[in-house]
Design a protein around this ligand. Structure first.
Ligand SMILES: O=C1O[C@H](COP(=O)(O)O)[C@@H](O)[C@H](O)[C@H]1O
Length: 241
């Protein structure tokens, strides 16, 4: 894990953008900069992006960034346990909106293994993600209106293990009423170890959820707090109405 000597701002400053395209451009530029820095240092870099509805414009903007994509590995912060033929697949979203143009040269490391359950797929998925340059050069988190980030859902079976700051497993399984299907997710320690950690949220509802999260510490209620409570590096929150 990387170590950071600068003090951490809490609550994190929220960088506000006029609209989604402006935010997408700024976030893509920051992520490209983080990837470039790691490529210059190590010759290889990894990126973890979120799924859901919010990241489409960001992923499409990043796909055109002039980077040495052949030396970059891309994975997901979390995945719904569905095949890529499902409209719910985060992997399908990444293939459609990021892995095109220059970024088509990136090595994609999906989390869904094709096994019937995440319990059956966990060992294989864990072995696959072990090939990623570590820690991540950049992680882009999203957040649901219920305060979940990655697949850290309120009331989830498996939440305590997934957000244990002292945990050593890279991946965890999550099942929650609000999650739809079972999930697989990178754990809190593997995500917050990233060189650059971004939280990308859009809309007034998500902003007020984040403000509520910043006013307390109970991660079981609003799991985004697990990140807020544990980050060692600055958390870059990027928002637009
Ligand atoms: O289910 C998920 O939801 C969150 C938030 O998604 P959004 O549609 O509200 O943007 C996302 O960050 C996560 O990766 C995804 O699996």
């Amino acid at each position: 894990m990387s170590t950071h000597s600068s003090p951490i701002a809490f609550p994190p400053a929220i960088a506000a953008y006029a609209d989604g395209p402006a935010l997408a451009r700024a976030l893509a530029a920051h992520v490209a900069e983080a990837l470039r820095a790691r490529l210059a240092r190590d010759g290889a870099a990894s990126l973890a992006v979120s799924g859901g509805r919010t990241p489409v414009a960001f992923l499409e903007t990043l796909s055109g960034a002039p980077l040495d994509w052949g030396r970059i590995a891309v994975t997901l912060v979390d995945e719904r346990w569905v095949p890529e033929t499902s409209p719910r697949s985060n992997a399908a979203l990444v293939r459609r909106h990021l892995l095109r143009g220059p970024a088509a040269d990136a090595r994609f490391v999906p989390l869904f293994t094709g096994d019937a359950t995440p319990e059956e797929g966990l060992a294989a998925a864990t072995a696959t993600v072990a090939s990623l340059p570590s820690p991540f050069a950049a992680v882009v988190l999203g957040m649901g209106d219920d305060g979940h980030t990655a697949s850290f859902f309120p009331g989830a079976e498996g939440l305590a293990a997934a957000i244990d700051p002292a945990g050593t497993a890279p991946l965890a399984i999550a099942r929650a009423e609000g999650a739809g299907e079972p999930r697989i997710t990178f754990t809190l320690p593997s995500l917050i170890a990233a060189d650059r950690l971004f939280l990308h949220i859009e809309g007034r509802t998500k902003r007020s959820v984040l403000e509520r999260a910043c006013a307390g510490t109970d991660a079981a209620e609003l799991p985004i707090r697990a990140v807020l409570n544990a980050v060692r590096a600055p958390l870059d929150v990027m928002w637009c109405p």
